[in-house]
Each structure stands twice: as structure tokens, then as C-alpha cells.
Design a protein around this ligand. Structure first.
Ligand SMILES: *Cc1c(COP(=O)(O)O)cnc(C)c1O
Length: 235
């Protein structure tokens, strides 16, 4: 019998495929990042067995805890706010940091990457809807921010990421996804040295189809794969 995680994954894949085709895109150009925060190792392993070996976590501690038990062959992504003093713990563990939104953080990633002898792939987090409560660079500040990052030798700016507003109606976020894509194209057109971005990390369980239609190359799906999350400290 199929587990519910397996069924969920089949369904998410089908919906990504449909959205990609609708937009004339190749579904293989969209990475489904399984957001495994709060999920225990046995359940994450079920998802990996279904072919999803790229995992997104928003806390450094959870990557540390799950790194060994999950074993080899996992592509870990850090998708949540990253404190400068924690960069050293994950620099050799993650393949992409989605949440770079200050020069101080970028500078620390650059330094630790140099020390580790690697070039770290990163995305710039953009607060595309200008929400008070959200992390991220303001759209109008993105170009100058990226010009600064372009000088850091051990950082490779792969693209942009956003956490769109929470909404019941995914169509309401279409304007923001389109805006993030336009911003990426716009900045690429400035021909900044070392900058040629190709990744758009946007869309979550509630709105990933609209994001794919608007050009997402990475969708971050948690609830849609693992079901509702349980936070021990919350009711
Ligand atoms: C938790 C989280 C997600 C996944 O959210 P779902 O709605 O469960 O799909 C995506 N991106 C970030 C940054 C997250 O923290």
C-alpha cells in the first residue's frame, strides 16, 4: 500500500507538471524542495525514497541534528533566517542558502566558504511585497546589494528567493511572483560582473502552481508533502 507521504508526493509532482505545461515550461526545470522542518527522520526518509532528495530546513539546529541520520545523497538547503554566528556550522553541509539578506551575513558566508575552500551558492531573499514582518531585501535595493555580493569571491549568486504573503487565494500572489521574475531579468540585464542568475525560489504549499506558471525553478513544499506540522510549544 502507498503511504500518505508517497501519495502526497505523486500529487505535488502531478500539479507541478500540469502548471509547467500550462506555462509552456519543462517540468524538469522545477525542483520540488521538500521542506522537512519539524518532521522526524523516518518520515523524511519516506520522501527521499520517493525521489525527493533535496530537503529544505529553516533552522541550523535541525540540519545539524538530521545530517548524520539522513546519511549521504541529500542536498540540504537552508531556507530560513540565518544568524551570522551560525554560518560556520552549515557551510560544509548545505548546497544552497536561500535566505541571504544582509551584507554582514554575506560577508561571513564568503569568509567561511573561503576557509572551507568552496564557493557557496546563495540566493538573495527579497521582500517582494514590502511586508513589515518579513525578512528580505527591498526590491529597489536589490541591484546595489547584488553589486556588493558580486565582489565576494567565494559566493555565487544563483538567483532570488521570496516568501510571498500568506493568502487563501494563490492568484493574489501572482503579481509578486511575476515581480520577482521581472527583478531577476532586470538585474541580469545590467550585466554585472559574475552575475547571471537563473534560480527563482518561490511558491509554497498554498501557491506553488501559480509560482511555477510565473517561472519558479524551486518550489518549497512542506505541508503538501508531510501534512500539518506540529510545534511542541504551540497550541
Ligand atoms: C515552512 C516553509 C516553507 C513550506 O511551507 P508550507 O506551506 O508547509 O509548504 C517554505 N518556505 C519557507 C521559507 C518556510 O519556512
Amino acid at each position: 500500500m502507498r503511504s500518505s507521504i508517497e501519495e502526497n508526493i505523486i500529487e505535488v509532482k502531478r500539479r507541478v507538471e500540469e502548471a509547467a505545461k500550462k506555462a509552456g515550461r519543462n517540468p524538469e526545470d522545477v525542483l520540488i524542495l521538500a521542506v522537512s522542518k519539524t518532521i522526524d527522520v523516518p518520515r523524511i526518509k519516506e520522501a527521499v525514497q520517493c525521489g525527493l532528495n533535496s530537503l529544505g530546513e529553516n533552522r541550523v539546529q535541525e540540519i545539524m541534528d538530521k545530517y548524520e541520520p539522513m546519511g549521504e545523497g541529500i542536498n540540504w538547503h537552508l531556507i530560513g533566517h540565518l544568524q551570522t554566528n551560525k554560518v560556520k556550522y552549515i557551510i560544509d553541509k548545505v548546497c544552497l542558502i536561500h535566505s541571504v539578506e544582509s551584507l554582514k551575513l554575506a560577508d561571513e558566508i564568503n569568509k567561511k566558504a573561503e576557509k572551507a575552500g568552496i564557493i557557496m551558492d546563495i540566493l538573495v531573499e527579497v521582500n517582494i511585497a514590502n511586508e513589515e514582518s518579513k525578512f528580505g531585501i527591498k526590491p529597489e535595493d536589490c541591484e546595489s546589494f547584488i553589486r556588493e555580493l558580486s565582489k565576494m569571491k567565494n559566493i555565487n549568486v544563483k538567483g532570488l528567493m521570496t516568501v510571498a504573503p500568506f493568502t487563501e487565494n494563490p492568484e493574489e500572489n501572482r503579481v509578486y511572483f511575476k515581480g520577482l521574475k521581472d527583478l531577476l531579468v532586470d538585474i541580469n540585464n545590467k550585466k554585472i560582473d559574475n552575475i547571471n542568475m537563473s534560480e527563482l525560489s518561490m511558491g509554497m504549499t498554498g501557491d506553488f502552481e501559480v509560482a511555477v506558471e510565473e517561472g519558479a525553478t524551486i518550489v518549497r513544499v512542506g505541508t503538501g508533502i508531510f501534512g500539518e506540522r506540529f510545534y511542541p510549544n504551540k497550541k
